[in-house]
Design a protein around this ligand. Structure first.
Ligand code: HPA
Length: 246
């Protein structure tokens, strides 16, 4: 199996089923990654795990050093990345605790270090981003969900906001008009940086809450934690099926 990494987000700071073999801190030309890289065996298959927000969870989405994270993973030989992240649900199927495997992205972030192609260039490079998520990895996730009997949505447009605040209902209405099904804060520039490095990348979006204005009242952390707990239990089963079928 090509070297696989799992990047865990909110609700997935550690992979409890990972048998840890090795932990290492790396530094990169872009600064320090979010946390140590944990190499281990997940259901008999070697993987590398990284906690996107640090361990403990202290780095907010707009302060994550996405370039250092992806560069270090590539340096460790990783060529496939599964990115787990909590999202808000915008369109009707995206109810709390549901899982979606998005196929498109709209980037609403700003002021993030979003490319490796910046300085000391011999030529200007524009990566193709027609398929921001790897179709082969996504198909394997669909098969794994089917195998594990987990109802998922196989497509969806992920809108990435700057955070760390949640959105206004008007912003969510605008995003829905743009075609977004899901809203999160960490999908970009992560997906684009993986592509710049030639790595296959797919996201497992775990719905933590209805996006702002999509349910009565305000969004509470207690609500998010409760749904994430359920969603992450399903994600663990999905990952188990994924590695077992690999
Ligand atoms: N908006 C943005 N990011 C999120 C949300 C949300 O509602 N829920 C979890 N991550």
């Amino acid at each position: 199996m090509t070297q696989l990494a799992i990047i865990g987000g909110t609700g997935l700071t550690q992979l409890s089923e990972l048998t840890i073999v090795h932990r290492e801190h790396l530094t990169t030309p872009y600064g320090d990654p979010s946390a140590e890289f944990v190499t281990g065996e997940l259901h008999g298959k070697k993987i590398i795990f990284l906690a996107r927000h640090g361990n403990p969870h202290t780095i907010p989405p707009h302060r994550i050093n996405y370039r250092a994270n992806l560069w270090a993973l590539h340096k460790l030989g990783v060529r496939q990345v599964l990115a787990v992240a909590a999202v808000g649900g915008i369109t009707p199927l995206m109810e709390p605790a549901h899982i979606a495997i998005p196929d498109q992205i709209i980037d609403y972030t700003y002021d993030r270090k979003h490319t490796f192609f910046e300085d000391d260039l011999t030529e200007v490079t524009h990566i193709d981003f027609t398929h921001p998520y790897c179709r082969e990895l996504r198909t394997r996730l669909h098969k794994a969900a089917n195998h594990a009997n987990i109802a998922i949505t196989e497509t969806g447009t992920y809108g990435c906001t700057q955070g760390p605040r949640l959105e206004t209902p008007a912003e969510i209405r605008r995003m829905e008009q743009d075609g977004c099904d899901l809203v999160g804060m960490t999908g970009m520039p992560e997906a684009a940086l993986a592509k710049e490095l030639g790595m296959s990348y797919a996201a497992i979006s775990v719905v933590a809450n209805w996006a702002a204005g999509k349910s009565e009242g305000e969004i509470t952390m207690a609500e998010i934690e409760q749904h994430l707990h359920h969603g992450m239990a399903k994600t663990a089963k999905l990952l188990k099926a994924f590695v077992e079928l690999s």
